[in-house]
Design a protein around this ligand. Sequence first.
Ligand SMILES: [Zn+2]
Length: 433
Amino acid sequence: MAREITAKVLPQKLLLKNARLIDLLNKRDEVTDIIISDGKIDTIGKATTTVADTIDLKGKIVTHGLIDMHVHLREPGREDKETILTGCNAAMAGGFTAVACMPNTMPPIDTADTVHFIKSKAQNHLVDVYPVGCVSKKREGKELAEIGHLVEAGVVGISDDGDPVYNAEIMRRALEYVKMYRIPVIEHAEDKQLSNKGSMNEGFTSTRLGLRGIPNISEEVVVARDILLAEYTGSHVHIAHISTGGTVRLVREAKKRGVNVTCEVCPHHFTLTDAAVENYDTFAKMNPPLRESKDLEEIKRGLQDGTIDVIATDHAPHTVEDKECEFDQAAFGITGLETCIGIAFNDLVHKNVISLHSALEKMAIAPRKILNLPIPQLTPGSPANLSIIDPEKTWTYDVTRTCSKGVNTPYNGYTMKGKAFGVINKGKIFIEE
Ligand SMILES: [Zn+2]
């Protein structure tokens, strides 16, 4: 059962005391007080008066509201797996003020009506929900969706996620089309023939377990194709959930040539290897699959040198029935919204893989630049859209407390240093008790 949480309406005046304010846009990083009045940042600086509603944030970070640009909210169509409400609650508990949701719903997000439905359902929630529309009608890969109408209705990118854009000519047209709207085509890079109905990474472990493998090249072939098409059309392709060292090298080379390609990585692809599949654990089954140590090393290098722009979760809740079955029959995907900050801090920031500022940049600024969204400002007069993080808090993830309907995570019992503390957005506040 998803834990139910609700945001509170902000008091007319709220004082955040002793916060470490990190404003990446104005290169400001200092301990200070912040007064929020009527949902807006009022003053920043040592507070000289007392305010009835005060939260002491000593040791905690206040920064731009984080956004997860790759989540599956499952509504419409699979409300047994997640709803817009439970997904937004999981985002809020995980320290995000915004999500972009993928179009592989039922029906898929290929009409303006479905975009409006999602936006209206999310309207009163603290979390901003930005739908991603389909590249092709019904996500079938045969005919371009009515992209102009989708953009008008408010999509922030287009993708056939769950599947790749199979047809290179459709991909070319999609890239040409999105250019005028300054949004990306978001690609689930996978050649399904090369994946050959595999259920885990192709390698030593798959051979030993007797499971059919998905080779790295299945991802890289499509990444290479899309980079060439992005270069040819002069348009923007964003590669979702990259998993292999080869992809990092391809994107790095392309960026050097000036190709408009960006990419994201999920926390599981820099923390877990395919060894997690031992014991046929279906909570370690996702697509793309967990890879090998050498891929993780290259991904970390990609995070360091800026090849990888974004950390996103690919939050993919499933029912218990979809996961409690034979490994090769189980659904692909894991939940991710509530563990993302913890893993990013624990496994990247505290281990000096990337700096704190760089981690926040990849979760707050870069995704919004890619999706052409306004970046929450941390200056007086701006609407308060911010995430509060406790960087030193050590905690253990307990999936029985999840706000998502999905309990399919390999991180149950995982101990992390760094935790979401709360979020403020749209005149509302949520602080974890
Ligand atoms: Zn995908």
